[in-house]
Design a protein around this ligand. Structure first.
Ligand code: DGL
Length: 258
């Protein structure tokens, strides 16, 4: 069986690329809901239904374990999916999110005050702050919604997105780190680090590979069922040819299923 990745668009391919590089033998299926992007300003109910549909698709493609790479979907649906839907319908399958691993990294790094940038819906959910409070009293999180970034990045206009994010960071003042709390923002990390050399940028593509490897070590009952033929498959709900180049750049010559 395979490892699935769910995202609202193409941004999650950055995380998949990092995971597939670290754990190359496994078989990976990616589901990008490009027909419904962006999720960041949708209602909780809409996000739940769309995410559930993507996960059912990934399960039907023989995925045993699905990583919800999308922060917005992780924030709004993960608990509900795990507690209700999975227990009732797919008790042997697993769905993991990206927010708690990101917060664990924040705590490990010992940051005192981090800026969280994410979609409107992720920020409004308060999920980062709630989960952090379960781990520790510190650090402090200042949250800023940056809804303009995803559409720009999906269209390949990374420079415009970078300019906007730089202005947000400068506007916040004293922080020692920035959580890139959206799959798409990882593509900006190198330029951000060059522009703000004293700030620590937390980018999920750098966290998820180790967290997944660790999860598989702790769950041999899952690991032992995973096939290892190094296949990668990308499914997009809107499979427009304008995405081909982005997919090629991120994953090489991945097969694109209609
Ligand atoms: N992939 C989503 C996330 O990580 C953002 C994109 C969207 O708004 O759909 O939050």
């Amino acid at each position: 069986m395979k490892i699935g990745f769910f995202d609202s668009g193409l941004g999650g391919l950055v995380a998949l690329k990092a995971v597939a590089r670290a754990l190359p033998d496994y078989d990976y299926e990616f589901y990008g809901d490009t027909a419904n992007l962006p999720y960041g300003d949708k209602s909780e109910e809409e996000i739940f239904e769309l995410t559930k549909a993507g996960i059912v698709h990934l399960f039907s493609r023989d995925c045993l374990l699905v990583i919800i790479a999308c922060n917005t979907a992780s924030a709004e649906t993960l608990r509900r999916l795990q507690d209700g839907f999975l227990k009732d319908k797919y008790p042997d399958h697993r769905v993991l999110g990206v927010i708690i691993p990101t917060l664990e990294e924040l705590v490990t790094l010992g940051l005192k005050h981090a800026l969280l940038v994410a979609t409107t819906r992720t920020i409004a959910s308060g999920k980062y702050e709630r989960e952090l409070a379960k781990l520790t009293d510190a650090p402090l999180i200042t949250a800023r919604a940056t809804p303009e970034l995803v559409p720009l990045i999906e269209l390949g206009e990374a420079e415009a997105a970078l300019g906007s994010l730089i202005a947000t960071i400068k506007g916040v003042g004293e922080v020692d780190g920035v959580i890139l709390g959206c799959t798409h923002y990882s593509v900006l990390k190198d330029k951000l680090r060059a522009g703000f050399p004293t700030l620590c940028f937390i980018s999920q593509d750098e966290i998820i590979p180790n967290k997944l490897a660790d999860y598989l070590e702790r769950h041999p009952e899952i690991k032992s069922q995973l096939s290892r033929e190094s296949t990668r498959n990308v499914f997009l709900t809107d499979n427009s040819s304008r995405y081909d180049q982005v997919i090629r750049e991120l994953l090489g010559g991945a097969f694109i299923e209609q």
